[in-house]
Write a protein that binds this ligand. Structure first.
Ligand code: UT7
Length: 326
């Protein structure tokens, strides 16, 4: 049976306990002869701290905790879930998917489970896929998770990138609904920009070839991000027949406060409508949007019935937006 809509019925998130401040990181980098400071990081990015997972903790471990909280807030049991999608660029293994591993950790079996790889746009990609599967009747109760251990792929000899990222997970339960939840989405990719944000290593013959650490041309990413985030938001609003004035909250990918404020400004949204967690989480890639969403819901800021614009942008280059009624 098909239903006209899908709707978020629960949110959850999880941060590993180890909180690393800019000063902590600056001290650690100083031991390598690399200079950075709390002042530089705060001024250029808005980041004050991030969380790093313990070495044995995987994306599916973080995703499991976020999923448990999301199921609890939706009033659902794991056995109600009939689709699992995990957005991650730091999967537990080359294969199988972190989604399959998460499924087993949740104590369920049988439903489809797969990963989506769209880097920092992963969550809006995954949410769009889950929405389509629900609306065509392939699923009724989906768990959509963004989970990352980006600390594993950071080059701690590169101060231009290692101060930006953190670990964490966020999740939503998305269910078939007669009431409108997801109103419209707009996804894009342009592979010609592959080199400006990538982890260029791969596994071959039992060895890692190339560099298995994050490389980014920050300024190129910055310029592209501000442009495409505005375009994706406008395209999504147009598809839904809405305008900027209909947006109660903008929840963009939490990469850099300057990109986020720039996007809000272009959309003529007051700063108060922008949900910000980058200050405490850093950039958690595919986890950043559901983490920010869950924090905003749990703090009572974002309420049921409000209209949210979620926006992702990242490696690929990928970008996209989802407009929804909570
Ligand atoms: O999740 C995917 C999306 N990713 C993003 O959205 C990231 C987008 N890019 C950015 O957020 C920014 O470009 C950065 C935060 C990465 C860099 O900010 P910026 O204002 O573009 O700085 P910059 O690269 O122009 O560097 C300015 C200066 C340079 O020194 P010189 O050449 O002016 O002497 C850098 O070497 O800051 C220096 N610098 C640092 N100094 C202290 C770069 N990193 C650091 C650091 N600490 N950690």
């Amino acid at each position: 049976m098909t239903t006209p809509y899908s709707r978020i019925t629960g949110t959850g998130s999880y941060l590993p306990p180890r909180r690393v401040t800019n000063d902590d990181l600056a001290k650690e980098l100083a031991t390598r002869g690399i200079e950075t400071s709390d002042q530089w990081i705060v001024e250029r990015t808005g980041i004050h701290a991030r969380h790093f997972a313990a070495p044995e903790v995987t994306s599916s471990d973080l995703g499991y905790e976020a999923a448990r909280h999301a199921l609890e807030s939706a009033g659902r049991k794991a056995s109600d879930v009939d689709l699992i999608i995990v957005a991650t660029s730091t999967p537990d293994m080359v294969f199988p998917s972190s989604a399959a591993i998460l499924q087993h950790k949740l104590g369920i079996a049988g439903c489809p489970a797969f990963d989506v790889q769209a880097v920092c746009s992963g969550f809006v990609y995954a949410l769009t896929v889950a929405d389509a599967m629900i609306r065509t009747g392939s699923a009724r109760c989906a768990l959509v998770v963004g989970a990352e251990v980006f600390s594993r792929i950071l080059d701690f000899n590169d101060r231009t990138t290692c101060v930006l990222f953190g670990d964490g997970a966020g999740a939503v339960v998305l269910e078939a609904s007669q009431e409108p939840g997801i109103l419209a989405s707009d996804l894009h990719a342009d592979g010609k920009h592959v080199g400006i944000l990538c982890v260029p290593g791969h596994v071959s013959g039992g060895n890692v070839l190339g560099t298995p650490l994050l490389h980014m041309d920050g300024q190129a990413v910055f310029k592209l991000a501000v442009r495409v985030l505005e375009e994706a938001a406008r395209a999504t609003l147009a598809k839904a027949g809405k305008t900027e004035a209909d947006i109660d909250w903008l929840i963009p990918h939490q990469a850099n406060i300057r990109i986020m404020e720039g996007t809000a400004k272009k959309l003529k949204l007051p700063r108060e409508k922008l949900i910000v967690t980058v200050n405490e989480h850093g950039n958690t890639s595919a986890a950043s949007i559901p983490l920010a969403l869950d924090e905003a819901v749990r703090s009572g800021k974002v309420k049921k019935g409000e209209t949210l614009m979620l926006e992702g942008v990242g490696g690929g280059f990928t970008w996209g937006a989802v407009l929804l009624n909570l």
